[in-house]
Write a protein that binds this ligand. Structure first.
Ligand code: PLP
Length: 360
């Protein structure tokens, strides 16, 4: 056996140990009295050691690269990322003693760049308009680095039939609830890996649960889903990080998504702030986007006299956006009227939602 094969075994053992040390992420429950008989369940992916659901993806991408014989001892690892993936990949690269390089847009939140650097990673920042993924692929070729390729591989690197993927974890945690089979699961789409895993798993387990993708208004995924076109592009820019891709990524699978809800950025921010007031913790903008979509779905259920459960994902921690989405001055300077959006959200919920939210 060659020496690299031995190193691969060591690296796989190292990842397995990490998985054993890790606990599952919490499934929080939120009851809003204006929605009697409907419970919201929030999968807290911010509680991973590297702060977002990209912890799962990074682990899977390293495993995939190792098991495909694409990764050698001491090799530089590179990926294109809007930030969260790079933080998690830098975290795992450090665990495996590998140098890591992130290719990111220049306007990525400063806190994310700091986090990557603190984990020993290096950031290559590209000016607006330059696409990160082709750059990273080319850079890897020139430098002899291993390209993790989150956008190309997210959908296939995850074990969709189980192995404690996010869908299996959620459904196991729902087992003793009043409505263990959710009416809806709501998530965002960045690489499309999470929605692919959940959509496949719901079918595999023969559940009737519908999968809803929450997308910033004008997103490529929403347009592609409507027209079934993989050439669709984003028609309106969005500040919600982690989702709102400029084009239909190869991991976006239309056939296993049941519906797409489009949410304006300011409404996602209002949703994010509502979650903060209800649960006394901060998550990022994509969590707010999914929450507003979940409220719309709950309104439909309420109007139809239905009861049941709605699951949504809390994708990353809010600290990363302290200087942007959580900064009143920043929002004002960028023309977002949060007060009006919060009023709209409360009207959507109905009743005196903010005072009576009951979190478990
Ligand atoms: C990546 C990401 C998503 C979307 O998940 P995918 O599996 O990539 O589609 C949502 N929110 C945040 C904060 C993310 O980083």
């Amino acid at each position: 056996m060659d020496t690299n094969r031995l190193w691969i075994h060591k690296a796989l053992t190292c990842l397995e140990r990490e998985a054993l040390r890790s606990a599952d992420t919490h499934l929080l429950r939120l009851d809003l009295p204006p929605f009697p008989g409907i419970s919201f369940y929030l999968k807290d992916e911010a509680s991973h050691p590297s702060g977002s659901l990209k912890h799962r993806l990074a682990r899977s991408l390293f495993l995939y690269a190792l098991c495909n014989g694409r990764l050698r001892e001491g090799q530089v690892v590179v990926d294109a990322s809007s930030g969260s993936t790079a933080i998690s990949e830098a975290w795992f690269a450090r665990l495996l003693s590998l140098p890591f390089v992130a290719v990111m847009p220049e306007q990525t939140a400063a806190a994310k760049i700091t986090a990557i650097t603190a984990l020993g990673g290096r950031c290559l920042l590209l000016p607006p308009g330059e696409r990160c993924a082709p750059f990273a692929r080319q850079w890897a070729e020139t430098e002899g680095a291993c390209y993790l390729d989150q956008f190309g591989l997210a959908e296939r690197a995850t074990d969709w039939r189980g192995n404690n993927n996010i869908a299996e974890s959620i459904l196991r945690q729902m087992a003793l609830e009043a409505h263990p089979e959710p009416r809806y699961v709501v998530c965002g789409a960045g690489t499309g890996g999470t929605s692919a895993t959940i959509g496949r798993y719901l079918r595999y387990r023969r559940l009737r649960t519908a999968l809803c993708v929450a997308e910033p208004t004008g997103g490529a995924f929403a347009e592609g889903f409507r027209t079934r076109s993989r050439d669709a592009v984003q028609t309106r820019p969005s500040i919600i990080e982690g989702i709102a891709r400029p084009q239909v990524e190869s991991g976006f699978l239309f056939d296993i998504v049941d519906l797409v809800e489009e949410i304006n950025d300011v409404d996602s921010i209002a949703g994010m702030r509502f979650l903060e007031s209800a649960l006394n913790r901060r998550w990022g903008g994509s969590s707010g986007c999914s929450f507003v979509a979940a409220i719309r779905l709950a309104r439909g259920m309420r109007a139809a006299g239905q009861q049941g459960s709605i699951v949504l994902l809390l994708c990353d921690e809010g600290d990363r956006y302290a200087d942007t989405l959580y900064d009143a001055g920043w929002l004002h300077a960028h023309g977002y009227d949060l007060a009006a959006a919060s009023v709209r959200l409360h009207e959507l919920i109905g009743g005196d939602a903010n005072d009576v939210a009951d979190a478990h």
